[in-house]
Design a protein around this ligand. Structure first.
Ligand code: AMP
Ligand code: TRP
Length: 332
């Protein structure tokens, strides 16, 4: 059976892009696959995190997953640092991946910006840890947003090089699963920039914890252009803000962008935005209520993560032992 692994960083400001690009798809996959979902706290510390905030954000991401419908009994849900196999395999992959491969990673360039010399080594080696996350379970399918495609290609290269170097057929070649109508949700302030946790403008994103008034206000203020909504898919070309809002609408109402065009083509943004705010609130409110209840229940959330980590270790420990044998580490 195929095995799924995916993760989200506990870096705060969990947003609609994380929900539509990742969490919601996980919920729909959990019935057909064996799933392992991870709050990737080791990835989070590749840039500075305040310890108290890291703890709170870890619980918040776990709460968001559970509130969205991820079933922690059926699936494994845990935080990465509670399973040492991730760091261990990441070190081995540091010795497999080539400097040239990592130098091509666009996310590192974006995150490190002009201060490359000052970035942590962890930020540079981030994709090796991500490959280790997946391959420590020999997972085959990885549901993510489009921004993670390059990292997953690197993970495939690492698996392939390991297999070739040692003449084994040990790690599977993983498949990205990029699904839905909103695989790349863009900023509400700039249709050419990704909706992101780290955008300094809070109006650029809908946070999972935003209240109804805030959601409505952010959608009303979202950047648009002066034309009415397009009447065909071709009409979306060169109109990134319209394309973004229409694909968010489609994803939230479980229909296609074509359906949204049929319904709103030629109408003004004001009408459409009102309806978009309504579907956003309708989708997010129940999740938010449940999230609020869960984040305060530390015992419950911590218990889920602890139990999930135990199940996660039980899968990876024998795999790591096999990796040691393949490499030639002596088990005395
Ligand atoms: P991160 O916030 O970087 O930990 O991302 C967690 C998951 O959310 C990954 O699967 C990302 O691909 C996905 N994701 C993040 N931002 C977006 C976005 N703007 N649109 C769609 N998916 C996203
Ligand atoms: N790098 C991913 C992101 O920022 C998070 C992540 C870490 C991940 N490890 C993973 C996603 C393994 C999928 C599989 O979005």
């Amino acid at each position: 059976m195929s095995r799924i692994f995916s993760g989200i960083q506990p870096t705060g400001n969990l947003h609609l892009g994380n929900y539509l690009g990742a969490i919601r798809n996980w919920v729909s996959l959990q019935n057909d696959y064996e799933c392992i979902f991870c709050v990737v706290d080791l990835h989070a510390i590749t840039v500075w995190q305040d310890p108290a905030e890291l703890r709170a954000n870890t619980r918040e991401v776990a709460a968001a997953m559970i509130a969205s419908g991820v079933d922690p009994k059926k699936n494994i849900l845990f935080n990465q640092s509670q399973n040492p196999s991730h760091s261990e395999l990441a070190w081995i992959f540091n010795c497999v991946a080539r400097l040239g491969w990592l130098n091509r990673m666009t996310q590192f360039k974006e995150k490190a910006g002009k201060h490359k010399e000052n970035a942590s080594i962890g930020l540079f080696a981030y994709p090796n840890l991500m490959a280790a996350d997946i391959l420590a379970y020999r997972a085959t399918h990885v549901p993510v947003g489009e921004d993670q495609k390059q990292h997953l290609e690197l993970a495939r290269d690492i698996a392939q090089k390991f297999n070739n170097d040692f003449g084994v057929d040990f790690f599977p070649i993983i498949e990205p699963v990029i699904m839905g109508e909103a695989t790349r949700v863009m900023s509400l302030r700039d249709g050419s920039a990704k909706m992101s946790k780290s955008d300094p403008s809070d109006n650029s994103r809908i946070n999972m914890v935003d209240d109804v008034d805030t959601i409505v206000k952010k959608i009303r203020k979202a950047k648009t252009d002066p034309e009415p909504l397009p009447t065909s898919k071709e009409g979306l070309e060169g109109r990134p803000e319209a394309a973004n809002l229409m694909s968010i609408f489609a994803a939230l109402s479980d229909c296609t962008v074509e359906d949204v065009i049929t319904r709103y083509g030629d109408q003004q943004f004001s009408v459409f935005k009102q309806d978009l705010a309504d579907v956003a609130v309708e989708n997010l409110s129940p999740i938010q209520n449940e999230m609020r209840r869960l984040v305060d229940d530390h015992d419950y959330v911590d218990g889920i993560l602890r139990e999930g980590a135990g199940r996660a270790r039980a899968i990876t420990e024998p795999i790591i032992r096999e990796v040691h044998d393949v490499i030639g580490f002596l088990r005395a």
